[in-house]
Design a protein around this ligand. Structure first.
Ligand SMILES: *[C@@H]1O[C@H](CO)[C@@H](O)[C@H](O)[C@H]1NC(C)=O
Ligand SMILES: *[C@@H]1O[C@H](CO)[C@@H](O)[C@H](O)[C@H]1NC(C)=O
Ligand SMILES: *[C@@H]1O[C@H](CO)[C@@H](O)[C@H](O)[C@H]1NC(C)=O
Ligand SMILES: *[C@@H]1O[C@H](CO)[C@@H](O)[C@H](O)[C@H]1NC(C)=O
Ligand SMILES: *[C@@H]1O[C@H](CO)[C@@H](O)[C@H](O)[C@H]1NC(C)=O
Length: 360
């Protein structure tokens, strides 16, 4: 390994650690509505439903309480004031994009009820910790999440017309990569694995479109080299550029795939959400950034008291004393924990994505 490869591996290792800690530690909230609806059009479509697939950036409560920290305090602190399974202090990307298309945040698949009422805004099939391939977490990968949609469709929950006016949101934020490295996948083969992840993502997009979903939004990777899990090793001072280069490769391949799919389907059917650009814009210092944080923009709001703790850790002796600290003003922080933005962070990311979407 070269020094550079070693650094990349180390960063990925930290990224992985934090991701897994979320899964291995860890409380029902019903459906929550997003903030006020905006009801914009997407490619001249006025969507009536949002179908969501992917990971913790979009999960709004599918992940089981027994295995996820996202069901424990201080998650949900800002909104709605208690944990709901969201990996943030409040709303996540799903809630904001639902608002964009003018529907309430769709009910998590796990909490769906009999009858049309609970599912009329669509459904969220995303599980924190998952990828397009199996990750270390024993949770439904994206193929299985799409199988869940197919099962729902055979039950006549939705009509063909419903699907014709539905939009899918697909989040692939990096769990495939942290799991690849945890299984000791080689760095040399990483570019080939990146191609496989993008290829599998494209297959999922084709499947969703084939099932009748009208429009599909897919996220590019965020700057993994800037996540607190990565930058903790330099006290949250600077992003890891080597890691961000790999992210750039993934995003380039995904952009090309999406363009080819649009060409093949006589699109525009698929749209890529530039998470990299949106995260970077929000992380700019004021007055250019969207978050009023002058000090360390990369520092998360909620941190463990020691290296072996993380946001939400409590004493194991039964006392339940908390082993983390929460910043005074979560609204002034971009990152909530080692890998996830705060509600304010997501709002800032959304403001950039929204202006991109409105130019389509
Ligand atoms: C997804 O999970 C299913 C069920 O465990 C498995 O059969 C399938 O091979 C997985 N798909 C991918 C692409 O990893
Ligand atoms: C990966 O490599 C490390 C060190 O070489 C070893 O301790 C660990 O068990 C390996 N993990 C897997 C999943 O093979
Ligand atoms: C995935 O890769 C295979 C093998 O290279 C290729 O034949 C196929 O067209 C690719 N699929 C997509 C959707 O890119
Ligand atoms: C778009 O499709 C046409 C014909 O269907 C093909 O000739 C062209 O190469 C495609 N372009 C891209 C960028 O895939
Ligand atoms: C942040 O910086 C801006 C411009 O330099 C300044 O006006 C503002 O008071 C600062 N805010 C804090 C909380 O320090």
């Amino acid at each position: 390994m070269t020094a550079r490869q070693h650094r990349v591996a180390t960063s990925f290792f930290f990224f992985l650690l934090v991701t897994l800690v979320f899964l291995l530690s860890v409380s029902a909230g019903g459906v929550m509505s997003g903030e006020a609806a905006e009801g914009r059009q997407l490619f001249n479509l006025k969507p009536s439903k949002l179908l969501v697939f992917g990971d913790s950036y979009v999960d709004t409560g599918n992940i089981r309480k027994a295995i996820s920290r996202s069901w424990k305090f201080p998650y949900g602190l800002t909104f709605p004031g208690k944990p709901t399974g969201r990996f943030s202090d409040g709303r996540v990307l799903t809630d904001y994009l639902a608002r964009f298309i003018g529907v309430k945040s769709p009910i998590p698949y796990k909490w769906r009820k009999i009858g049309y009422k609970s599912v009329r805004y669509g459904m969220n099939f995303a599980y924190g910790g998952t990828g397009v391939f199996d990750t270390l977490a024993p949770l439904p990968n994206m193929t299985t999440q799409i199988d869940f949609l197919q099962q729902i469709l055979t039950q006549n929950t939705y009509s063909a017309w419903d699907l014709q006016s539905s939009v899918a949101l697909v989040s692939v934020a990096g769990n495939d990569y942290s799991s690849y490295l945890a299984r000791n996948g080689s760095l040399q083969d990483l570019p080939a694995f990146i191609s496989q992840v993008v290829n599998q993502t494209s297959k999922n997009l084709i499947r969703l479109h084939g099932a009748g979903v009208k429009k599909v939004m897919v996220t590019g990777l965020p700057p993994l080299g800037c996540l607190p899990a990565t930058t903790a090793s330099n006290s949250f001072q600077q992003c890891d550029q080597s890691l961000n280069q790999l992210v750039t490769l993934h995003n380039l391949l995904l952009t090309q795939s999406v363009a080819a799919l649009n060409n093949a389907t006589g699109g525009p059917t698929f749209v890529m959400l530039d998470m990299y650009g949106a995260f970077m814009a929000a992380l700019q210092p004021p007055p250019n950034g969207n978050i009023n944080n002058n000090k360390s923009a990369l520092k998360p709001c909620c941190v463990g008291t020691s290296a072996s703790d993380s946001c939400g850790s409590v004493d194991e002796d039964g006392g339940g004393r908390k082993r983390y600290t929460v910043c005074q003003d979560p609204e002034a922080a971009f990152f909530w924990d080692g890998v996830h933005p705060t509600q304010a962070g997501w709002r800032a990311v959304y403001s950039t994505l929204k202006s991109n979407l409105m130019q389509l």
